[in-house]
Each structure stands twice: as C-alpha cells, then as structure tokens.
Design a protein around this ligand. Structure first.
Ligand code: AAO
Length: 584
C-alpha cells in the first residue's frame, strides 16, 4: 500500500489503499457519480458499460431501504424498515448490483437515512413499499421510546440542541444516543457492508451529534469510506468541522461559490479556489456543482446553483471542478424535472423501466466533457496547479504540472492563443472535443512543441483539455512522429505470487495501460507462474511509465499491491516490438 502512494507521489493509484485510509476521514481520490433514483439493474449495467471503463471510482445510490409509498423522490428519505426493498429494487437486485459494480472497479456508496423515520402525514399510508405496517414512531424495529423526547420541531439553527434532538421537517427524530438504536442502525449498515458496499453518505448528519455517530461507527464492521451531509454555509451552531473526526464532509460552500462565479462572477477569481475561500481542507471535502437537494431548491439551494438546465455553462463548471485539485468531486446525474417534488420517470414502485439517457434522464455523467475529465483527474492526481492564465475576465487556463492542461472559455467570443502548457512535446487528444481510445482521438488534437507551448482554439462557451494519458504521438519525444503506427510491447512481471482470485496486471500512465487506475489495468497471463506475461499494442514513439500491479480480479480495490521502487520508463520504438520487465 505504501509503495503505491510513494511511487506516484499521489494517492489515486492506491484505490484499495484510499478505501482503507478513509477510516481516518481522508477524502477519496478520483471522482464518483450520484445516480439519483436509478434502479439497481440500471446502476449495475452502467457500472459495467460506462462508469468502470471511464474510470469513475464510485457511485452513490439512493437509500436502499424500505420507505413510504408515494411518487415523490423524497419518499426515499422516510424510512419504514431496513429491509433492502425500495423503489430502487429488491434485495437480490441490490446484491447483484453491488457485486457487478465491484467487479467493474466502481465502489457503491449507499445513502444512509438514520437520523429519523417516516412521518405519517406525508403519505397517508401505513404500509411501506415492501409491505411493512407502520405508524408514526412505531415500526418493526422501533417503538416510541426509541425517539428523542419531549417531541419538538427544529426551528432554531442557532441552537445545537434543537437541531440535534428535535424533528427535521416533522420527521420523528431517533434517539441515536441509545445503544439499542445505535446497534439497530449498525446492524443495517453492517448488512450493507457484508454485501460489498464500500462507502456511506450519512444523510442529515448535522442532526445527529458527532458523539452519537461515533457510537454507531464503533459498532460498524470494516473500513468503509464515510462522508457526512453537514450543510455549513456559516453562521449556525452546528459546524462541519465538528464532524471531521468521523469522515469526509460535504462542502456546500463549494457548490454555492462555483455557481456564483460561473453565473454572475468572473472566472479569473477562481485562481485561488479552495481553502482560502473559507472552505474546509481539501482532504476532508466532498464537493459538487449541485446535489439532489440544491438542484431543486431543497436544503441550501439558492439562485446561483448550477444544474443541467444551464447546459454549456454547467459543462464548463464541471470541467473546472474536475480539473481543479480540491476535494473529492461528486458528479450529479439527474432526471429532468420542473416540479421539485416529482419523482423519477416511470416512478411507480418496482416497475423496472430502464434509463433513457439524454431524454427524461439527463445523465450528466455521460456528457463528453464531464466523463472525459474523470480520466484527466486520475492522470493529474497529486500534481499542483501551474501556468495559470486568465484574460482578466472569464477566460482561464491552467496546467496540472507536467500532466495536463485545461482551457475554459466562458465568453461569447472564441479564444485563440498559445499557452505554456508544462507538458512534454507531443500531439495530444483534446478530450473535451472527442474520445481517446486505443491511441486514436475522435476529436481535435493539440500539438505541444519542444518548449511546452501549444496553440488552442476554443470556441465561445466551450473548453479544452489535454493530458499525458491521451497522447496520439510523442509525449516526451522531442520529434514526435505525426503519424505513428502501433507497436507491440511485451510485458513481463516476475515473482508475481498471488492468492486465489488475485492476478497480476500492467498499469501505467497511458490510457491503454489504465492511466494509473487499478480497475482499468491490463491483466497478464500466468503461463509460467509466478512469471506473468502479456503483449499489449501501444502507439509508436511514445514515452510511457508503468509498473506491475496485483489486485483481485472481481474487486479491483482489494488485494492491491504495487511493484516497489520507481516506475519503469520506456519509449516505444517507431515500429516492431519491444520487451520490458518488472516484478515484485
Ligand atoms: C418531506 C416534505 C416536507 C414534510 C416532510 C415530512 O417535503 O414538507 O414536512 O416530508 O413529511 C428530503 C426532502 C424533504 C422531505 C424529506 C422527507 O428535501 O423535502 O420532506 O426528504 O421526505 C436541512 C437538513 C439537511 C436536509 C435538508 C433538506 O440539514 O440534512 O434540510 N438534507 C437531507 C437530504 C434530503 C432529505 C433529508 C435530509 C431528510 O439530502 O433530500 O429531505 O432525510 C438551512 C440549514 C440546513 C437545512 C436547510 C433546509 O439551510 O442550514 O441544514 O437543511 O436550511 O431546511 C440559506 C442558508 C442555509 C439554509 C438555506 C435554506 O442557503 O444559508 O443555511 O438557506 O434553504
């Protein structure tokens, strides 16, 4: 584990490591997506066909437990029981999804609604979606003495007692200080962990004292990634920092400020975006342009929150978020709405409709700019911002030193300019204009010369990005071949002893070598175990760095072991083949 961290000077490569480290509250590396209100079979398919291949590290799913009936999206936030039977699907479907997402290298984060239970008034029904009978403060697992008393309503955010012991919007407030309630909640959470869930969003964490959450945490098994929803825009009794000992925390100021700058501010101001704006430390922060609440005016909404409705502006803000090294970013994936209570398309319980992206479902996570910046973030992880440029207004550009370069043009005219990119010479794919697959670029290319300079033509309200994981030719070679063929690289990893289910992989800085994401690494063949070999076709005349990696086949975050020592450096020949050897 430490090898992985040391070798790359960053932590992204150590996916399994990051998960283990998260107990102490370190934010994850990578990018996760919230597939809001997606059904479990659809999430599973998306993990396999899109999220894994694109390098998303995780997927947050809607609360998986039984909830009240009704078509509104927020019925999911009114727990009836902890049976895994919800609008998302059945327990069997949930298990299948978690297994398939894990196999695709995508961690599933479950949304935990543990502060309260259902409010009778909301549905007028006393039967949950899975058939459980209930009434206010009376559920199979709880009776009236499992709630805070005397009953009161949250009415004063200046009073921590009121915020943490009274009902939020009429939702009966569990006595999370009681050991019975803590154990009941931990049993539910541990069930999810045993299924393979790797992380948890703690809903309404602000409404539970840190001590109570700690009591639950102490009864939990494993080392899941935990992030807590604490809305802290300042000026209240309960603050985000009170929760730092428990995990990562949502940074709502980030959402408010990125929206403000992109909508009514000036992008030149973003040069210092981060802690100096009053945000929590980057390593603690979960960040987003919008979340499922504030995109529809619930929970700390505001006039300047960006959503899919902002179109190209939304794309630009997400490109900035994913290109800029602050926090652990969440990409929001929404369905179209005008009524802020409206549930998802085809929202009757268990009707199993599939998602149709770019129609009723927005699927922002699949928008080209957003999805291709996921790999950009992986490739540039651990590098600082350098070469900042702005035009004094709404055109900006910056490098992630030596690894990537981003240009954002939030103006009505084109931006045509030469920039010092900090990158090695080469012809790079502009991954915001097309995709980079197997050494070829379906969009436009940008040529970085031997001095690191490159000319960008960026149309109004668009952006451009290049990185060392998407190089068409060159990439460190001073005289890049403009029209490279591909060559065969024969990889060997010695001493690759593995346990059942674990294999040896090649991982490196090129997209074809997984761009340092263990889930995307290329598996070798153990024909002469413990020596592992494999031939991979790579672009000619290309400088690359690689290592041997062990990981579990069906769960890329587990059993991760990196080749010790420095990365192996290699420049592919202009034709033919080359051999290279690493090991453990
Ligand atoms: C539904 C109905 C209610 C009904 C209730 C019970 O809508 O009318 O009373 O059922 O029958 C979601 C929906 C709710 C829904 C609920 C249950 O959003 O509408 O209620 O499911 O079905 C607070 C909490 C925060 C919470 C947020 C919505 O602190 O935890 O409210 N978010 C989570 C979930 C959310 C869910 C729940 C919790 C409940 O993400 O989806 O609710 O499980 C201030 C405070 C914030 C506070 C907001 C809103 O914010 O700081 O802590 O959030 O107020 O009350 C400026 C200020 C900012 C302020 C904001 C207010 O921006 O700077 O500080 O204004 O917008």
């Amino acid at each position: 584990m430490s090898n992985a961290v040391n070798k790359r000077g960053g932590v992204l490569s150590a996916l399994g490591c990051a998960l283990a480290l998260s107990v102490s509250g370190t934010a994850e590396a990578g990018v996760y997506v919230h597939l809001f209100e997606w059904k479990w079979p659809d999430v599973a398919r998306e993990c396999e066909t899109f999220l894994g291949p694109k390098g998303y590290t995780g997927v947050q799913v809607s609360p998986p437990n039984e909830h009240i009936t009704g078509t509104q999206w927020w019925t999911r936030y009114q727990p009836v029981s902890y049976r895994l039977d919800s609008r998302g699907g059945t327990r069997a479907q949930f298990i299948d999804m978690v297994q398939r997402c894990n196999a695709a290298g995508v961690a599933v984060y479950a949304d935990l609604v543990i502060n309260h239970t259902a409010s009778y008034g909301a549905s007028g029904s006393s039967t949950g979606v899975a058939g459980t009978k209930w009434s206010t403060r009376s559920h199979p697992m709880y009776g009236s003495n499992d709630y805070h008393t005397p009953i009161c309503s949250i009415s004063n955010y200046q009073d921590a007692y009121n915020v943490q012991n009274c009902d939020l919007s009429g939702l009966p407030d569990l006595n999370t200080g009681s050991s019975y309630v803590q154990q009941t909640l931990a049993n539910y959470i541990n069930d999810l962990t045993s299924i393979g869930v790797k992380g948890f969003r703690v809903d309404a964490a602000k409404h539970m004292s840190p001590g109570d959450i700690s009591g639950i945490r102490n009864r939990m098994t494993g080392s899941p990634f935990i992030f807590l929803e604490v809305i802290d825009l300042g000026g209240e009794a309960v603050t985000a920092s009170q929760y730092f000992g428990l995990g990562s925390v949502t940074e709502f100021k980030y959402s408010a400020k990125i929206g403000e700058q992109f909508k009514i501010g000036q992008l030149k101001n973003l040069k210092t975006f981060g802690e100096s704006w009053g945000f929590m430390s980057s390593g603690k922060a979960v960040v987003f342009t919008d979340n499922h609440d504030n995109q529809r005016g619930h929970g700390a909404g505001g006039a300047n929150i960006l959503t899919y409705k902002d179109g190209s502006l939304y794309n630009l803000a997400n490109v900035f978020m994913l290109g800029w090294p602050y926090g652990y970013p969440q990409v929001m994936s929404s369905y179209s709405f005008s009524n802020t209570d409206a549930g998802p398309p085809g929202s009757s319980v268990h009707n199993g409709t599939s998602v149709n992206c770019f129609g009723e479902w927005q699927c922002e996570h699949r928008w080209r700019e957003i999805s291709n910046m996921v790999r950009f973030r992986a490739v540039t992880e651990g590098t600082a911002v350098s070469n900042w440029w702005d035009n004094g207004n709404n055109q900006i550009a910056f490098a992630r030193a030596g690894k990537g370069f981003v240009v954002v043009n939030r103006e009505g005219g084109a931006l045509n300019r030469s920039f010092a990119t900090s990158l090695p010479a080469g012809t790079y794919c502009n991954v915001l204009s097309g995709d980079f697959n197997n050494g070829t670029c379906t969009g436009s290319t940008v040529t970085v010369d031997g001095s690191g300079n490159a000319t960008f033509n960026v149309a109004a309200m668009t952006s451009a990005a290049i990185h060392v994981g998407a190089v068409v030719s060159g990439g460190g070679n001073p005289n890049p071949n403009p029209n490279p063929g591909s060559v065969t690289v024969n990889f060997t990893c010695n001493n690759g002893q593995t346990y059942m289910g674990q294999s040896v992989y090649v991982i490196g800085n090129l997209g074809a070598l997984g761009a340092w994401a263990p889930a995307s690494a290329v598996k070798l063949n153990p024909a002469s175990y413990p020596t592992w070999t494999g031939a991979i076709s790579l672009p000619a005349n290309t400088a690359l760095e690689w290592k041997c990696l062990k990981r579990e086949e069906s769960n890329p975050a587990n059993g991760v072991q990196w080749q010790p020592g420095d990365n192996i450096k290699l420049t592919t020949p202009s034709s033919g083949s080359v051999s290279t050897t690493g090991g453990f």
